[in-house]
Design a protein around this ligand. Structure first.
Ligand code: S5P
Length: 258
């Protein structure tokens, strides 16, 4: 089991990443360390769920490229909802190319991710050029980047050495990299924010190799900061009710551990 940790608010002053500071502050005032993975395929459905669950979450995670009827109206409305309910938008783009290419993918194309997503993520696989390319667009907008250090899916290739090298890469860009997508906290540096997907009340797997741990395990045993829950909420009969339960479970686990 992990030892006790600093509170989110104590970590604000230790961070020199603008977005990490804002997120830690928001988590503490809103008392939420829950991110909703809003993996739905229609604009109206995404907006409806963001509006219904927005008050429970600190982060709304999107996969904008699974939306069947995308127009910029969607991202404009998402921005409004983020203001209304006070959450950050995280586009789970998992960039994975050379710096020059990801820069274009981040700022341009159909989705113009950098204009509306406060947070995005990238694989460290291509090397530090990927971070530099994204930072050339994202830093001036005060956006933040998460590096994928570990994955939740079975047989993934992101071993402990890969995670360690990802951490070393992040250390070169603390003003833009705010933390990691990972299953475990990688070290005790309080600047890094850890977000963990593959979280559900019922541990187990789906039929495509996704593996789940409980909110308590993710936060207390694995030392993460934010639980990312998708189908555990989206597919529930009453998503609002279950989102409140995940929020409570996440916050209680954190509160018992500081
Ligand atoms: O290792 C990972 C990294 C991510 S970002 N495993 C994941 O499952 N994800 C994402 O988290 C995945 O793309 C999906 O959007 C979400 C998990 O959804 P759930 O329905 O399984 O909770």
């Amino acid at each position: 089991m992990n030892s006790k940790r600093l509170s989110y608010s104590e970590r604000i002053k230790l961070s020199n990443n603008a977005l990490a500071q804002k997120l830690l502050k928001l988590m503490e005032t809103k008392k939420s360390n829950l991110a909703l993975s809003a993996d739905v395929t229609h604009s109206e459905k995404l907006l409806a769920i963001a509006d219904k669950i927005g008050s429970e979450i600190c982060v709304l995670k999107t996969h904008i490229d699974i939306i069947d009827d995308f127009t910029t109206h969607l991202t404009e409305e998402l921005k409004k909802l983020a203001k209304k309910h006070d959450f950050f938008i995280f586009e789970d783009r998992k960039f994975a190319d050379i710096g020059h290419t990801v820069k274009n993918q981040y700022q341009g194309g159909l989705y113009r991710i950098a204009d509306w997503a406060h947070i995005t993520n990238a694989h460290s696989l291509p090397g530090s050029g990927i971070i530099k390319g994204l930072a050339e667009v994202g830093l001036q907008k005060q956006n933040g980047l998460l590096l994928v250090a570990e994955m939740s899916s079975e047989e993934n290739l992101l071993d402990p050495i890969y995670a360690e090298k990802t951490l070393e890469m992040a250390e070169q860009f603390p003003d833009f990299v705010m933390g990691f997508i990972s299953q475990h906290k990688l070290n005790d540096d309080p600047r890094w924010i850890y977000m963990t997907p593959g979280v559900r009340f019922a541990e187990g797997k789906d039929h495509l190799g996704q593996q789940y741990v409980t909110p308590e395990k993710a936060i207390i045993e694995h030392g993460t900061d934010i639980i990312i829950v998708g189908r555990g909420i989206i597919n529930a009969e009453d998503p609002v009710k279950i989102a409140k339960k995940y929020r409570e479970a996440g916050w209680e686990a954190y509160s018992s551990n500081i």
